[in-house]
Design a protein around this ligand. Sequence first.
Ligand code: AMP
Length: 393
Amino acid sequence: MDFKRLEDAELKGKTAVVRVDFNVPRDEDGNITDDMRIRMALPTINHLREKGAKIVLLSHFGRPKGEVDEALSLKFVVPALAEALNHPVNFAKDMNPNVVQIMEDGDVTLLENTRFHAGETTNDEALTKDFAEFGDLFVMDAFSAAHRAHASSVGVAAHLPAYAGLAMARELDHIASALDHPIKPVMAIVGGAKVSTKIDLLENLVTRLDTLVIGGGMANTFLFAQGHDVGASLCEKDLKDKALAILAAAKKDNCEIVLPVDVVVASEFKAHAESRVCGLDDVKSGEMILDAGPDTVSAILDVMEASKTLIWNGPLGAFEMSPFDTSTVECAKFAAKLCKKDVIIAVAGGGDTVAALALADVIDDFTFVSTAGGAFLEWMEGKPLPGVDILTA
Ligand code: AMP
């Protein structure tokens, strides 16, 4: 994928305005419970520091809706970031670009929550200029914010040369290798709760893949559409025609669809509920399909073995409740094994996928696991991402 990379920018003595994503989770006492997003920003910040640039960081946090809300100030990030960088971090509450005058090369300033400005989410022209006043170039390093055309992630690039930061570039290189220019055969596993949230995604994927595995609660809608009785399972019966249309589109585009051939059912929706494996036409009226059965798993493993690229979004069952995590975990472990042998490229992301793959303990073995929920899904849907378009223009 062709885009402007930070490594190609002239940096010495320049000030880089860098969009990061410090929207980190916190507990009730305000402690950061997962600093992954801060760690993801470090390679770009360190690169800029090494090259002698000054760094002004922009990020949103929470949803203050265009008003100052002290509870959502980004100040809490400063100590964690300073420690991770082993360098002091200045915090600028006000939008005053003079702050750059007192910075030395390699210094880092974090601006207050971009969403304290009403113009952030509307991509207000005046605000984009105000952000641009802080620097000589713009670095987009927040793929997780790339699906929104906001002032700090897209608008500012109208006034400054824009480059992809190192985390952003890594993400773009991996997703391009999985769907835009994949090594074929290419397959996807799409699971999760509902078809209704993934119609655009399924419609796009069937035009691009060799095989599409449909699992999780959403598979029930397809099984119902095909005339199977799914008992008390989660099922969007009103989407029967849509499911049939997706199956027809897949046939037209030569995309093989893999649906469950056997299922794990239970009468209660809870962990360790009594369960049994059964065929598709053996689900009783009070029973719910909560996972794919062993024959389905072996069919999925066969497809994986015959594929060179795997894209994964969504669990194959109600994975939060043992034993309904079985098919998700078995398939994830097998994909990880193929990745380790370098016979498959496996890229995953969106929604609950990261949690499901973490449960299977395969995150580090997959080629790439994106933590950018919404942006990853919109890319799978084939939609343009405004925060990426500014880098390819
Ligand atoms: P999503 O956010 O659409 O990826 O959906 C993830 C959720 O789907 C998880 O909370 C799973 O527990 C749930 N899920 C997956 N399979 C089933 C199923 N067969 N029945 C009910 N919920 C399911």
